[in-house]
Unconditional design. Structure first.
Length: 389
């Protein structure tokens, strides 16, 4: 294994990795794993990677935590297709649109990536009970990977979470508690009880390894595009773990000499009913205030306050990207538009990005020939209640 330590994303303080760890002990901000990238580079090259048979995200094993002699907790996550969206592109006058289809992951969303890595590490470091607040897909993913690892899972969900998410958690053996409130209220409930109950808190960016699973989005994208990153990436942003993870992957790949210094422009897409990052980006803030009365059918975007807000805002500015909010009605409308032209029943979060692309193309912020990657982060099937029969 090439991981050396955990480093605080805000104050830089180093922490040892050999114990269960949540936030920085000095400033309570997220921790990132650090690796001996020079040593990785001697072992793993773009060519040797191409010859690997492993298709799951564990093909990037040297760039992930977990000692090399320990079996990961896996359900075959990652290795999702990158599809051209020519018909949709043509309808909106764009020639080079790609969809990274994350709905093909175990539990039908990209939350599987983060949970495979985080549950592997939590189990290795001795956790027996894990807990997470979830407004949608994180709960199902944790429930599944915890079952696979033989750990007890405690999932706290807002009462109005899509039915599919609640049912799937219960059916893979998790303890589910429904809360009258938002995901932030669920998180507060876990924080209050975790010590007494012996739960390890698996909230995104409040433990160091979900981001490592999600960073593999960046590695896969680079590999699938033959090490030429796109001009723009549209990412449906809740907690921001995928956005932050991809950016980390880009930095690691540059250090490895696998890509150059150019970066895609990163666009955060949120829901009009819950757009804290859009609001903070527009007003030039470095952190995002809690968004009041958050509501949207895109439950993955219903995150009124994200602990990684300062990291997201920095990435959006550094990459010369933007943040954009989409109405629920538009997400639902674009779901069918995209579905009918490309054959994918996308999650509303994914649909929001296609709606955003239309706006960015109309405003000239993305030019017709530019290479654009859109993340469809989950399957529309989980949101079936939002659609008419
Ligand atoms: C969780 C989730 C998101 C948001 O992901 P973050 O990395 O937390 O920003 C987007 N789409 C879907 C389908 C999700 O489940
Ligand atoms: Zn710190």
């Amino acid at each position: 294994m090439f991981m050396t330590h955990l480093s605080c994303t805000a104050c830089g303080l180093h922490h040892k990795w050999r114990q269960l760890q949540n936030l920085c002990t000095a400033c309570q901000k997220p921790l990132f794993p650090a690796y001996e990238l020079e040593a990785v580079g001697r072992e793993l090259t773009r060519d040797s990677l191409a010859a690997r048979r492993e298709k799951s995200l564990w093909r990037y094993r040297e760039l992930l935590p977990l000692p090399s002699d320990v079996e990961p907790v896996t359900l075959g996550e990652g290795g999702t297709p990158l599809l051209r969206a020519d018909r949709f592109g043509k309808q909106i006058g764009m020639a080079n649109i790609w969809i990274k289809d994350e709905s093909l992951n175990p539990t039908q969303s990209f939350k599987a990536r983060g949970m495979s890595v985080a549950v592997s590490m939590a189990k290795y470091l001795g956790a027996t009970k894990v807990a997470v607040p979830s407004a949608g897909n994180a709960g199902g993913a944790l429930a599944a990977y915890a079952a696979r690892a033989g750990l007890e899972a405690h999932i706290f969900m807002p009462r109005d979470t899509p039915r599919a998410n609640i049912v799937e958690c219960r059916e893979v053996g998790a303890h589910v508690t429904l809360i009258d409130g938002l995901i932030t209220d669920c998180g507060a409930e876990i924080a209050k009880r975790k010590e007494r109950e012996g739960w390890f808190d698996m909230s995104t960016l409040k433990e160091p390894y979900r981001v490592e699973g999600k960073k593999t989005l960046g590695y896969e994208l680079a590999e699938q595009l033959r090490w030429q990153l796109p001009d723009a990436i549209l990412y449906p942003t809740g907690g921001g773990t995928g956005l932050i993870g991809m950016w980390k992957a880009f930095d690691e790949m540059e250090a490895l000499g696998w890509i150059g210094p150019n970066r895609p422009r990163m666009f955060s897409v949120q829901a009009s009913g819950c757009a804290p990052i859009v609001r903070a980006f527009e007003t030039g803030e470095n952190s995002a205030a809690e968004f009041p009365n958050a509501h949207t059918v895109a439950s993955g975007l219903r995150v009124p306050k994200a602990i990684g807000d300062f990291l997201m805002l920095k990435i959006l500015r550094e990459s010369k990207g933007d943040a954009i909010a989409i109405d629920d009605e538009e997400m639902i409308r674009v779901t069918r538009e995209l579905g009918a032209s490309e054959g994918l029943f996308v999650a509303p979060e994914g649909a929001a990005c296609f709606a955003a692309l239309k706006l960015l193309s109309l405003s000239g912020q993305i030019a017709p020939e530019e290479r654009v990657v859109i993340f469809n982060t989950g399957s529309g099937i989980k949101y079936i209640d939002c659609y008419e029969q």
